[in-house]
Design a protein around this ligand. Structure first.
Ligand SMILES: *[C@@H]1O[C@H](CO)[C@@H](O)[C@H](O)[C@H]1NC(C)=O
Ligand SMILES: *[C@@H]1O[C@H](CO)[C@@H](O)[C@H](O)[C@H]1NC(C)=O
Length: 277
């Protein structure tokens, strides 16, 4: 009996080994076992960079070779973490120094790095004259030497013609949620183009810098002409080379006003930062 079971065991063992050698899945089982230590990795911490690294490891399932390459990184991550901890636990002197320095910081208001505004957006609001709404966006071209303008409006009179300008000042809502576009003051014209000839002003789109107010969007790129549904949408695909978001002639914190053909300010909104980098 014992002899039989031994030989049976031996046969079973051999059979198992042969099977294992021929089964392709045995390799992946082996790999899985090798991969197991990955789960012992420190889970992604609050540090975004190390978190990204750890998650990419999880996603791609490293081979044992990669594991060899990754492991030292994991160690260095640990070392960094512990160094940081020991610094802030064992040297209260450092934090005292920071405390002494900090009262000086608020006086130096120019030092905190400002986020860069990469696009701006004016929500266009209705007035007591019309229920026009939409937006005008300003997106610098990749080289940042020019700005693309996108206009989208609804609630216009079907087939009617409008003009869109950037005005000097910001506007605000009246109590009835209609906006007061008179607050916008005059056209944004920092180079005083119109002052040279108030009555003879004629914006020539071919010579915008010399003949057009900086804020004369319709003068430079054409009027808004509503569809028969009272809507309008246009990406001005020739970027304005003189319009910038910030700086001396920047359009941020000014307003966009929509005028009807009689010049009435029928809609407006403030140009605000839309995205930062
Ligand atoms: C160490 O510093 C971090 C932030 O820098 C802080 O959140 C943590 O509480 C500090 N730990 C100790 C023990 O002071
Ligand atoms: C607008 O113009 C279209 C043709 O361009 C015309 O069919 C439609 O009747 C016009 N709508 C109004 C309100 O004038």
């Amino acid at each position: 009996m014992i002899g039989v079971s031994f030989s049976t065991l031996a046969i079973c063992l051999i059979a198992a080994l042969v099977l294992a050698a021929h089964q392709p899945s045995s390799a992946s089982i082996l790999k899985l076992n090798l991969d197991l230590p990955i789960s012992l990795f420190p889970t992604p911490g609050p540090d975004a960079d190390s978190g990204a690294e750890a998650s990419s490891i999880d996603r791609f399932g490293p081979s044992p070779n990669q594991w060899q390459m990754i492991a030292p990184d994991a160690n260095s991550m640990d070392t960094e973490a512990s160094t940081t901890t020991s610094t802030n636990e064992s040297s209260p002197v450092t934090s005292t120094t920071t405390a002494i320095d900090s009262p000086i910081l608020p006086t130096d208001t120019s030092s905190p790095p400002q986020p860069t505004v990469v696009s701006a957006f004016a929500n266009i609001h209705r007035t007591k004259y019309a229920s026009i709404h939409g937006f005008v966006s300003f997106v610098p071209s990749p080289a940042k030497q020019a700005t693309f303008i996108k206009i989208a409006l609804n609630g216009l009179v079907p087939n009617a013609t409008y003009k869109v300008h950037i005005h000097r000042n910001v506007v605000s809502s009246l109590s009835n949620s209609r906006w007061d576009c008179e607050q916008a003051d005059g056209h944004f014209d920092p180079l005083n183009i119109k002052a040279a000839g108030e009555l003879t002003y004629q914006c020539d789109p071919l010579r915008p810098k010399e003949t057009c107010e900086l804020g004369d969007i319709s003068g430079k790129f054409g009027d808004v002409v509503a569809t028969k549904y009272g809507s309008y949408i246009r990406l001005i695909d020739t970027p304005d080379p003189h319009l910038t978001l910030v700086g001396e002639f920047g359009v941020l914190q000014r307003s966009v006003v929509v005028h009807n053909k009689d010049g009435q300010r029928v809609a407006c909104g403030n140009i605000a930062p839309m995205a930062y980098a």
